[in-house]
Each structure stands twice: as C-alpha cells, then as structure tokens.
Design a binder for this molecule. Structure first.
Ligand SMILES: Nc1nc2c(ncn2[C@@H]2O[C@H](COP(=O)(O)OP(=O)(O)OP(=O)(O)O)[C@@H](O)[C@H]2O)c(=O)[nH]1
Ligand SMILES: [Mg+2]
Length: 367
C-alpha cells in the first residue's frame, strides 16, 4: 500500500524512513476508507515542514522503469527559471532514445514583457535534442494544461520526470485531479504515483537530484526560501570599473570593462537572494564578514561553512543580449556591453553563458 501524497510504500516500523505511518492511524484510515497519507506528507500539509529522508537517486531507476513499465512517452518537466539546473545532460543521456515531450513550467515567473513565442523559440534553440515537442505551462496559473492533456492523451502510459521542484506533481495534480503532495521543498515525491484519466495511465515520479544546482547544497528550510513563489526579483546594475557584485554569499562577480560607457545588466533570482555591490578592495573582507548574514544564501554561515567550500573561478566575455546563468541560483542579462565578468561560485555548480532569454533587443510584448 502506498502513501497517496508522495507514493512511498507505507510502513509502520521506522519513523525516519519514507512511508512511515503509526499503525493505529493506518488501521483507522483503512477501516473508514479515508485517504491515507504518510506522516511526512501529513506534516508537510498541516505544518509546512518536510521531514528529511534519505532520497534514493531516481535517475538510476529511470531507464529500467521506462522499459519494464512499457512507457510510451516521457514528459520531461523543466523549470524556465532554472533552465540550466533542470535541463541536465545526465538525464538527457539517459533519455536519448526515448520518446519525449518537453514541458517548460513556471512561465508565470518570467517578466510579462517576454512573449510566449519568444520563450518557446528560445527553449527550442537551447535544447540539444533531435526531435521533440515543447509545451509551455504554468501549473499555478493553469496555463498550457489543456494542450499538455491533449498531447499526452494519445498515449496509454505516460511518465512525468524531471529534477526536484520543477512542478511535476503540480502539473500531475492539475491534469488528473489526484491529491498528490506539493511543497516548496525539493524531494517531496518519493515513489511512483499512478492515476488514470480516460485511457491514459499517468505516473508522477520522484525528482532527480543532480548536485549541480546551488539549491541542492542547502538544507531543506533554506531550499524552501530559495524557491521563487510569485515572481523573481530583478535588479539593474550599472557598475563603475573594478566593482564586485555578490549574488548572496555563494556567487561573486568581479566586473571589468574597457569602454567609456558603463555596462548595464539585470540580475534575476529568487527574492531571498541578496544582491550587494561593493569595491574590489573591500570585497574579500565583506564576503567573509557578511557571508550567510547579509549575503544570503546560505541563510546561516554554518549551514555551508565558507572554509568547507571549494570555489571555482571562470572569466566570461559578455555582450548585449547575452546572459550568464548559475544553476539553482539565478542569471544575469546584459543590456549594455561589452564587459568581462570573473565569476566565482562553488565547484561543481553548472554555469553557462547563453543567448538571452530576457532579450533587451526584443520587439514583441506578451499579450
Ligand atoms: N510560480 C510557480 N510555482 C510553481 C509552478 N508549478 C509548481 N510550482 C511550485 O513549485 C514548488 C514545487 O512543486 P512540486 O509540484 O512539488 O514539484 P515537483 O517537481 O513535484 O517536486 P519533487 O516532488 O520534489 O520532485 C511548489 O512550491 C509549487 O507550488 C508554476 O507553474 N509556477
Ligand atoms: Mg513531486
């Protein structure tokens, strides 16, 4: 028997393992025919806390599940606010020969000035795949759900996959009506959850953790803070020469440029990422002093002690209509260049220079 919220196999023995439910609660729910939730899902819904459990890496089982369950099509859910973090090359390799649809979720979080057509065109260019269908969605604003349903209802067995927190369960719930658990903590779903709608069998699945996103390195309460809910924060910088900008304590940008005109760029991230500009001479000391205090994330200096981290450093030449994206944290978008940015962030975090998603040279407006 499975928890209807997270898909974990129910058990009454060990409170620290997935699927735990006190025996008396289980017995009474079975007798009354009520919905059965594990203790973790029950507490997540009523107290807003998600108990940490050891997560098995779902990517290991993905290939086998697709084969053994005769999956006809995989719905790979991406998060438009973290494209680099959600379109992961390891998952792409696992799914190379698998028939799939890309669902690009959370489009409500982008500035309204970007058109749906623009987003789709950008995603199409940035996916390194042979042939595919793209559907843009917002599970919270009910956008694109009809189109998604129409596409998948042609198939008999459909599997939703993706990295943690992209909104798989939110879409699954909207489409099937199944009351699955949804939280801002990554790692909510723990097992496969089945629902049938007309002739189509749909499966929600546990999120995959890649370790290549800043958010993956934080504790659950901090992860929750880092998930943008209603909108992204956006801040415009027009720095002088030799200025340093911090995106919280885990990402430092040293800005340089030759031209007379100061460069202009915007930074997009969750509201809990504190942006701070300072001079190059003050930057080292300020970083040490304010790390995890003013400079969040991390949200506590001890959560990820600065001394325990290895920082990678890479220099990028950027021009107008180019962006620099830091997986699981945010991105910056150049409005006037050229400029050079020496970026320091934790070793292993995926960083990519890309063509602008929020393109300052665009002409259209979202209707
Ligand atoms: N703004 C916005 N938030 C969304 C959207 N879809 C999901 N969310 C939020 O994103 C968070 C994660 O949603 P889930 O549906 O639990 O994500 P998941 O992919 O199932 O996560 P795991 O089970 O942990 O892998 C929740 O706080 C949702 O409310 C969306 O379209 N827009
Ligand atoms: Mg889920």
């Amino acid at each position: 028997m499975k928890c209807e919220g997270c898909g974990a196999e129910l058990q009454c023995e060990n409170e620290t393992l997935p699927g735990y439910i006190p025996r008396e609660v289980l017995e009474s729910k079975v007798l009354s025919g009520e919905k059965i939730l594990c203790q973790r899902c029950f507490r997540a819904r009523h107290y807003g806390k998600l108990m940490p459990v050891h997560l098995k890496d779902f990517s290991q089982q993905l290939r086998e599940i697709i084969n053994s369950m005769n999956i006809d099509i995989v719905v790979w859910v991406l998060d438009i606010t973290d494209f680099e973090g959600s379109y992961d090359s390891m998952i792409s390799a696992i799914l190379r020969d698998v028939r799939k649809i890309f669902v690009v979720n959370k489009i409500d979080l982008l500035p309204r000035a970007v058109t749906v057509k623009e987003i789709e065109g950008w995603v199409r260019k940035n996916l390194n795949e042979e042939s595919f269908e793209i559907i843009l969605t917002s599970a919270t604003k009910n956008y694109g759900l009809k189109k998604l349903f129409e596409s998948i209802s042609k198939f008999q067995r459909v599997l939703f996959i993706g990295v943690t927190n992209v909104g798989k369960s939110s879409l699954f719930k909207k489409i099937t009506g199944a009351d699955v658990s949804i939280t801002p903590f990554p790692g909510t779903t723990l097992g496969l959850i089945h629902a049938k709608i007309f002739k189509t069998n749909l499966y929600d699945s546990p999120g995959i953790t890649t370790g290549r996103r800043v958010i993956d390195l934080l504790k659950p309460d901090s992860q929750k803070k880092l998930v943008p809910v209603k909108h992204l924060s956006r801040y415009t910088f027009k720095p002088e020469k030799d200025r340093v900008i911090f995106l919280g304590g885990l990402c430092r940008l040293d800005v340089n440029f030759e031209s007379e005109m100061r460069p202009i760029f915007q930074v997009f991230a969750s509201e809990s990422v504190k942006f701070h500009e300072t001079s190059e001479t003050k930057a080292d000391e300020l970083w040490r002093k304010l790390y995890g205090k003013l400079l969040t994330p991390p949200f506590d200096p001890e959560e990820l002690s600065m001394e325990s981290l290895n920082f990678q450093e890479k220099t990028f030449e950027l021009n107008v209509a180019e962006e620099l994206s830091i997986a699981g944290l945010g991105w910056l978008s150049v409005r006037r260049g050229p400029l050079e940015i020496c970026l320091k962030t934790i070793d292993g975090i995926y960083v990519r220079k890309r063509e602008a998603l929020i393109n300052p040279l665009r002409k259209e407006r979202r209707t």
